[in-house]
Ligand binder design. Structure first.
Ligand SMILES: Nc1ncnc2c1ncn2[C@@H]1O[C@H](COP(=O)(O)OP(=O)(O)OP(=O)(O)O)[C@@H](O)[C@H]1O
Ligand SMILES: [Mg+2]
Length: 274
């Protein structure tokens, strides 16, 4: 028997995959989502989402991608995830070109840029907005990358910008962006993610349990408060503590998760109280 069966769940509530069904609409994350959607619909150009490790940047970027894609015919949107810091401006431009639908992207940079510009005009004429979301943007670490992004942001029609870019990264992203001060001055929206507060942490835990098929309260109120104390409201840590607490409570044949089990697994994970 698995802990899912034991607690009457259909699946594991705290798995790390960014499954949109599990997106908890905390004030934090929803506030960020609404602001970014507004920035995109009003063609602000560049938006930046800053957040420490595990606060939900990647999940938010996926959620925005889903939301925009669900509005059929309105957006030409792509999500790029930068996996190492050795990428070049040429690589990034090519990737952006391909994602925007440029056919046969040229190797020559100035040709590629004019292909992208033409494609942006084409997308605009089709009544769509072009959006590039870039996760792990702090892996962009050369000045010419930021200069090229700025160049793309400068592409405008007579009335509005033709490309929206949203960068997601930890605080050091802002330092890398300083390599190109004119780009920094073009930031139309900056959102800083913060950890969940105590109430939202309770809501988060109960929401995920419910989505996983939980029919009753599995984590007591005291247990949720203890999760908050050990995780300080950081979603990734909440997931780790709650997943371990479910397993431990199952092994100990407990009916529900009380504060003591949360404390035990949190200590085992090396966490300390606030
Ligand atoms: N709004 C949310 N609703 C539900 N789960 C969330 C939410 N935000 C974050 N999480 C969960 O928290 C975990 C960490 O989130 P995510 O990977 O998005 O963080 P991150 O900020 O991208 O971290 P990193 O800095 O390491 O890239 C994920 O497992 C995700 O499922
Ligand atoms: Mg991430």
């Amino acid at each position: 028997m698995s802990y899912e069966q034991y607690f009457g769940l259909k699946e594991q509530p705290f798995a790390i995959t960014p499954d949109p069904r599990y997106f908890f609409e905390s004030d934090q994350h929803m506030g960020a989502l609404i602001r970014i959607q507004h920035a995109i619909s009003s063609a602000k150009g560049l938006s930046v989402v800053i957040g420490d490790i595990g606060l939900g940047k990647t999940f938010l970027s996926r959620k925005i991608l889903d939301e925009l894609q669900s509005e059929e015919g309105k957006y030409e949107v792509a999500l790029l995830i930068i996996i190492h810091h050795e990428i070049t401006a040429a690589w990034l431009l090519k990737k952006i070109g391909i994602q925007l639908g440029v056919e046969n992207p040229a190797d020559d940079k100035s040709m590629l840029i004019s292909q992208i510009c033409r494609q942006l005009i084409h997308i605009d004429e089709a009544g769509k907005k072009a959006v590039i979301l870039i996760d792990e943007a702090h892996m962009l670490q050369t000045r010419d990358i930021y200069e090229e992004l700025r160049g793309l942001l400068n592409v405008e029609s007579s009335s509005h910008k033709l490309l929206n870019i949203v960068l997601f990264g930890p605080p050091e992203l802002e330092q890398f962006m300083q390599m190109d001060p004119p780009l920094v001055s073009r930031i139309g929206l900056k959102v800083t993610l913060r950890p969940l507060d105590q109430n939202s942490t309770h809501g988060y835990i109960n929401y995920r349990v419910k989505v996983a098929g939980g029919q009753r309260e599995i984590f007591t109120t005291e247990a949720c408060s203890m999760v908050f104390e050990y995780t300080r409201g950081i979603p990734r840590l909440i997931n780790a503590v709650c997943d371990n607490a479910l397993l431990e409570a199952f092994i100990q044949k407990k009916e529900r998760i009380e504060a003591d089990v949360v404390e035990q697994v949190s200590k085992e994970l090396g966490l300390t109280k606030v």
